[in-house]
Design a protein around this ligand. Structure first.
Ligand code: NAP
Length: 497
């Protein structure tokens, strides 16, 4: 039986390169790679060799015969992704042109005649995009990488953003640990750029500086009442239960029976799952112990995750919905909110599968245990309350029908946002550093020796592994600039490497 990719798929595409028969799609060269919610194994071409299993950094690939019951749905998701008929031509219309060389062997580039370790690259941040960039750079013995991390522990969102019950996904830290053990990399912890060392100092001492500082703030939700007590961002809760030092004082008030989460991306699902999980199960994870103690005393019985658009536009991904539906969580959808949304009328197979699963969930008994209610089509108008939140007023999207959901805790989960970096050109509209394919630009011109990657480059979207391709693009340009001799020399902006 062929192999199957499951929920933890991080999208870093290591499996694609390891596969000897090119049966994993979309590949980074295929157009839907950037928007795919996971990668898929084509069972009709998989030869069951297991090369992908060894390559996957998060243990997301399982031989079909060992697929646990809770992941059984992924066999169909993999097989059905490209639909019938199952010919290559039908599934991958221009596949022959896109086909990657199998297990490509690239000749190590010699960088502009530099000696081993001579090309010094500073990376700011140590999250997934930083570590994937370091990994690419360290393939060249001429490069020495210095990573600068503000916190006392490395790996950013891989440590402080991934939910504690997503243990497979968290295991990507093992890959980053391995990268960090390379002899040509150092990681300076507790080191903040602008406080402990300036950007100018970094530029003076390195040939290139690669900014990988992420998108550390939340998108604001501009409705009345968001400043009331009992309202906070979902990301502050994520930081709190993951022991992020910035969020040690962000404990949510769990002494209420209902919480409302505004927005239905994967962050919303993460928080809703943790709030309704059995604390005994959470106790077996890496959850912060203070958070665990608070969750043990929680009064929350229902978390309502509210989207302003319909189920066909849900921001959560199919793998996460499957994990919710078939895992230990209790989840429910009011069938009346799905009326008229027909999965068979939806072309996109991922969206159709999501809607179909939502219908299935809506046919379940409404849970009696603490549960998650997925709600669709309500635009938030204001958080109501007098000093403290007591609920959220919504309008049914596209109508003037208003209603209030009572809740003592309101979480905004409307996405992350990048923060301007002093000294780097910033695109306020996008919340990203201005760049062209990773080269930081001012007035359209690249600034020699300055690069960017990750969420502060492309915006807060995608999964941990998405950063591999993103950082690969930035590093490719950095190395091309080294090769072309246009990187500034440390100590003198004019002398090339
Ligand atoms: P997200 O996926 O961008 O979702 C944002 C949600 O907020 C959407 O439902 C959006 O609705 C809603 N929203 C935005 N503005 C709003 C407004 N003014 N009023 C009401 N709703 C509003 O953001 P996220 O959940 O923070 O996730 C960020 C990224 O991290 C995503 O790529 C996500 O997949 C990834 N992530 C992945 C995992 C995982 O794989 N397990 C876990 C966490 C995060 P509209 O769609 O209508 O705009």
């Amino acid at each position: 039986m062929p192999h199957v990719i499951t929920q933890a798929c991080c999208g870093d595409a290591s499996c694609v390169y390891a596969c000897p028969v090119n049966c994993i799609h979309p590949t980074p060269d295929e157009p839907d790679f950037g928007i795919a919610e996971m990668l898929y194994i084509d069972p009709s071409t998989c030869v069951d060799c297991g090369a992908c299993v060894s390559a996957c950094p998060v243990g997301a690939i399982v031989p079909g015969h060992r697929l646990p019951e809770t992941a059984a749905r992924f066999a169909d998701v993999n097989a059905g992704h490209y639909g019938e008929p199952a010919t290559d031509e039908a599934r991958f219309p221009v596949r022959a042109e896109w086909r990657l060389p199998m297990a490509p062997i690239t000749k190590p580039a010699r960088l502009g005649g530099a000696a081993p370790g001579e090309l010094r690259v500073a990376i700011v941040g140590s999250g997934p995009s930083a570590m994937y960039a370091a990994d690419e750079l360290l393939k060249h013995r001429e490069v020495k990488v210095s990573v600068f991390e503000r916190l006392s522990q490395p790996f950013g969102l891989a440590r402080f953003g991934v939910a504690p019950d997503h243990e497979s996904t968290r295991s990507v830290a093992n890959l980053f640990d391995e990268i960090a053990r390379h002899p040509n990399i150092t990681i300076a912890l507790n080191t903040e750029i602008g406080r402990d060392i300036t950007l100018d100092e970094l530029r003076r001492t390195h040939h290139a500086v690669l900014w990988a500082g992420g998108a550390p703030t939340d998108r604001p939700l501009a409705i009345p009442g968001v400043d009331l007590e009992g309202v906070q961002s979902a990301t502050s809760v994520v930081g709190w239960y993951n022991g992020h030092p910035d969020f040690a004082y962000s404990a949510p008030d769990l002494g209420t029976e209902r919480a409302v989460v505004i927005g239905n991306g994967n962050v919303a699902l993460d928080v809703a799952r943790i709030f309704t999980a059995d604390p005994e199960r959470l106790a077996t994870t890496s959850i912060d112990q203070t958070a665990l103690a608070a969750l043990r005393g929680s009064s929350i019985r229902e978390v309502v995750v509210v989207a302003r658009r319909g189920p066909e536009h849900a921001a959560f991904t199919l793998p996460e919905l499957i994990g919710l539906a078939d895992g230990p969580a209790h989840v429910w959808v009011d069938p009346s909110e799905l009326v008229g949304v027909d999965p068979d009328a939806i072309d996109d197979p991922t969206v159709a599968a999501k809607v179909s699963l939502l219908h299935e969930i809506s046919q379940r008994e409404k849970p009696t245990e603490p549960f998650i209610r997925l709600s669709f089509g309500y635009t938030p108008l204001e958080v109501v309350g007098d000093g403290r939140a007591t609920g959220v007023k919504f309008v049914k999207t596209g109508t003037d029908q208003e209603s209030v959901i009572d809740a003592g805790l309101v979480l905004t989960a409307v996405g992350y946002r990048g923060r301007a970096v002093p000294g780097l050109p910033f695109d306020e509209a996008k919340g990203t550093v201005a760049h062209v394919e990773g080269r930081i630009v001012e007035a359209g011109e690249p600034i020699a020796g300055l690069y960017v990657t990750g969420w502060i480059k492309r915006g807060p979207s995608g999964f941990i592994g998405t950063n591999k391709t993103d950082s690969g693009e930035t590093v490719k340009h950095l190395l091309a600039d080294a090769e072309a001799g246009v990187l500034p020399h440390p100590g003198s902006a004019a002398v090339p490497v």
